[in-house]
Design a protein around this ligand. Structure first.
Ligand code: PMP
Length: 426
């Protein structure tokens, strides 16, 4: 009671000073004060299982990352215009996780800036302006990037040089259809750009199509689309801001599951486990001409503290075997949710890779009609049981399960048991 009053007061202050653009999760907003591993704690000391936050991918407040940031903050924090080993060590360690051709890295503070830089480079290199993205993609908030982020809805106008293609909806199309359709759609988009006198600069996709509804496959379907953009003289940009850094389990980077070779990869979110850092990894040929002319400088991007945070994250992913953990625990979650679907027909489809899982909630599984209202009740029902997830997709009916990569089998069982209980009550 007392706490509810305190929270109401905080919400009022927040609205007054932050204005109307900010949103809170849940019908009953959460007031978090502390995090540790897979758990978050609210102001009343209640513990929540975090099955949603991908930024703290090696776990909330991981001691190794906290220590690295703290130590470096106390010694030096400048920028990339002075010699420093930290950024070079980190860039070497980072590029070593990529296929050999992707051997250079540049640093920003947010994924939006990384995609903004990618589009600038793509336009410079190709001399084109055209961009192809998926129908409900989110690539970021800058004016340039918002123009090819249709998930922002009516709040932004897509650029006149932007064309969209349908996401690979593996629930409503067979693997064979998607294998054929995605490449064909990209070719049609290229043709339409050309018809309007626009030269294509790039195809950009999130490699697990997070905001489109989480689609992991079929494996290899990106290949014909990437071939098409290359034939048209454009670049392929893989947005790994959400799927990257081992989350999809089988591979460190989502694009590797599809056997394609991006020209530029954009990364962010979990890169510093909460310390704001992002960037691009690219083929040196792509930047050879742009680089010397661009006078690229990012005040905070790649500073010594960011480098220390990033290095600690990479080391932790490796030493704790988190990519493998994501694979094993992710499979366990998907198997268990699939068995729940036998009892609960509202679970229409379970998909994903590693610890990036989508569970599509439908009103009628024969016609696959999305049920956004039920999805909202499930998300809020889980929150009442102190388990945190969210929803995604064009109809907001896909449960988005995207926990820290240290999520254990026991954590997974807690999540799925609670999901079963919530479904029983609805
Ligand atoms: N790309 C993708 C796929 C994302 O999910 C996001 C963030 N949701 C971004 C880019 C933008 O990243 P940031 O919020 O760090 O600017």
């Amino acid at each position: 009671e007392r706490l509810d009053k305190a929270e109401r007061a905080l919400i009022a202050r927040r609205e007054k000073v932050l204005g109307p653009a900010y949103r809170l999760f849940y019908e009953k907003p959460l007031h978090l004060v502390r995090g540790e591993g897979v758990f978050l704690y609210d102001a009343a000391g209640e513990r929540y299982l975090d099955a949603y936050n991908n930024v703290s991918s090696v776990g909330h407040c991981h001691p190794r990352v906290v220590e690295a940031i703290t130590r470096q903050t106390a010694v030096l924090n400048t920028h990339t215009r002075y010699l420093h080993e930290g950024i070079v060590d980190y860039a070497e360690a980072l590029t070593a996780t990529f296929p050999e051709a992707l051997s250079q890295a540049m640093f920003t503070c947010t994924g939006s800036e990384a995609n903004d830089l990618a589009v600038r480079i793509a336009r410079f290199v190709t001399g084109g302006t055209g961009i192809i993205a998926t129908e409900l993609a989110y690539h970021g908030l800058t004016s340039a990037v918002a123009e090819f982020s249709p998930s922002l809805g009516e709040s932004v106008t897509l650029g006149p040089h932007v064309r969209t293609v349908s996401a690979p909806d593996s629930y409503r199309h067979s693997p064979e259809e998607i294998m054929e359709k995605f490449g064909r759609d990209v070719r049609a988009a290229i043709a339409d750009l050309k018809r309007h006198g626009i030269k294509p600069a790039m195809l950009i996709t999130d490699t697990i199509f997070s905001s489109d509804g989480i689609f992991d496959g079929p494996r290899g379907f990106l290949k014909p689309a990437v071939d098409a953009i290359h034939e048209a003289g454009g670049l392929f940009v893989a947005d790994e801001v959400q799927p990257g850094f081992g989350r999809t389990g089988e591979t460190m980077w989502g694009f590797e599951r599809h056997g394609v070779a991006p020209d530029i990869v954009t990364i962010g979110k979990p890169m510093g486990n909460g310390y704001p850092m992002a960037g691009i990894v690219l083929r040196p040929e792509v930047i050879a001409e742009f680089g010397p002319r661009a006078r690229y400088f990012n005040t905070f991007g790649g500073n010594p503290v960011a480098a220390a945070a990033g290095k600690a994250v990479l080391d932790t992913i490796r030493t704790e075997g988190l990519q493998q953990n994501a694979l094993v625990v992710g499979r366990h979650i998907m198997e268990r949710v699939k068995s729940l679907s036998a009892i609960h027909p509202a679970i229409g489809n379970v998909r994903g890779s590693g610890l990036f899982i989508g569970v599509e909630i439908v009103a009628d599984s024969t016609i696959k009609r999305p049920d956004a209202a039920l999805t909202t009740r499930i998300v809020n029902g889980l929150r009442e049981r102190r388990i945190l997830i969210s929803a995604s997709g064009p109809n907001a009916n896909v449960l988005k399960i995207r926990p820290p990569l240290i999520f254990s089998r026991e954590n997974a069982d807690m999540l799925v048991d609670a999901l079963g209980n919530v479904l029983k009550t609805l």
